[in-house]
Ligand binder design. Structure first.
Ligand code: PLP
Length: 355
């Protein structure tokens, strides 16, 4: 009955495929790039204190959190918008800027929400070819047409952990026609070790039309609270605010985010754990002769010579949940989150048995 009433573009929407959550305590989840060390203790005590005020609506402008972010990032609060997860801000971007049938470019094999938010607003997604499994900025700029409005770039890229550099990004931005807005999704920025990673905030201060997205879901360990943020020129932020519902970010998420920012020891511990885990996993994957990508994030992309869904089921039977990349269009690849030393060991042991 209602089928003929929905907008045709909605028929193209594929539901998001999340990482599976464990059914029992003994199973470990290395599927969604969450922080294996858990949330910051400072965030947890801020939440406990905040519980007394959950009868009161949250600050619709998230001013305390924006203030804390502004001091940390060295931009004004007017450069910042806070979302119910950074994925909500992706939707603000298409809601504010995308007209029906305008083109949105991203790469093949990347985070699927860019396609989702494009289709919700009747845009035309275009998926550029990747090179060596990474974003190819040349392919993307070659795909730009007169109808291109937005470009979504994931850096480091989910699921490959690859990056493009500051120099490559500047060259790319210089080639773009005026009026094209570039979204840089930096959900995993805090894990990056490369010195060549883009200084995206400097590019915003130069006045470029870019929107940088970051999140409290990954290194800050607050995925369940749903809080992320966007940084852009105040003019762009002003338009994103026009499409935001007033109380989009709950009060506990706002105070937990502000407290987590102050917990630099937790962030340092998380980075240290990730570096050590990467090193251990590289060594073990090398020993197994597996083809994987060196990562700038908290997950590792592994190419298989077998079906990833089968590998997922086999590993789950051994108590480890990883992410098969079938929904990313890569049916013979998996992505594994770097866990604690014990979790990494459990994954390697399970992998050895399954292979
Ligand atoms: C590249 C990328 N961007 C954004 C997100 C979503 O972040 P949030 O939890 O802030 O919505 C994820 C989550 O997996 C991600 O991998």
């Amino acid at each position: 009955m209602v089928k003929d009433k929905i907008r045709p573009s909605l028929e193209e929407i594929k539901p998001y495929v999340p990482g599976k959550n464990p059914d029992v305590e003994t199973v470990i989840k290395l599927a969604s790039n969450e922080n294996p060390l858990g949330p910051s203790k400072k965030a947890m005590s801020a939440i406990r204190a905040g519980l007394k005020k959950i009868n009161i609506y949250p600050d619709q402008h998230a001013l305390l959190l924006k203030d804390a972010l502004s001091r940390k990032l060295g931009v004004s609060p007017a450069h910042i918008i806070v979302g119910n997860g950074s994925d909500e801000i992706m939707q603000f971007v298409t809601a504010a800027f995308l007209n029906a049938r305008e083109q949105v470019i991203t790469s093949k094999h990347t985070f699927s929400t860019y396609e989702f938010v494009t289709r919700v607003f009747d845009g035309e997604p275009l998926f550029a070819e990747t090179r060596d499994r990474a974003h190819s900025l040349d392919e993307i700029s070659g795909a730009v047409t007169l109808t291109t409005k937005l470009i979504f770039l994931c850096n480091p890229n989910n699921p490959t952990g690859t990056i493009f550099t500051h120099k490559q990004l500047v060259k790319f931005l210089n080639q773009l026609p005026k009026g094209v807005i570039v979204v840089l999704d930096e959900a995993y920025r805090e894990y990056v070790e490369s010195k060549d990673f883009p200084d995206s905030l400097a590019l915003i201060k130069e006045g470029r039309d870019i929107i940088v997205l970051r999140t409290f879901s990954k290194i800050y360990g607050l995925a369940a609270l749903r809080v992320g943020y966007g940084i852009a020129r105040p003019e762009i932020i002003k338009y994103l605010n026009l499409v935001k519902l007033p109380f989009n970010v709950n009060g506990l998420a706002q105070i937990a985010g502000a407290a987590a920012l102050k917990d630099t020891a937790h962030v340092k511990r998380s980075i240290k754990n990730n570096k050590a885990g990467k090193k251990y996993l590289y060594k073990e994957l090398d020993a197994l002769g597996l083809d994987y990508k060196k990562t700038e994030a908290n997950f590792i992309f592994v190419s298989l010579k077998q079906n990833a869904d089968e590998m997922f089921l086999n590993l789950m039977r051994k108590g480890v949940i990883i992410r098969p990349l079938t929904s990313f269009g890569l049916p013979q690849a998996i992505r594994v989150t770097v866990g604690t030393p014990a979790q990494n060991k459990k994954f390697v042991e399970a992998l050895k048995k399954v292979l």
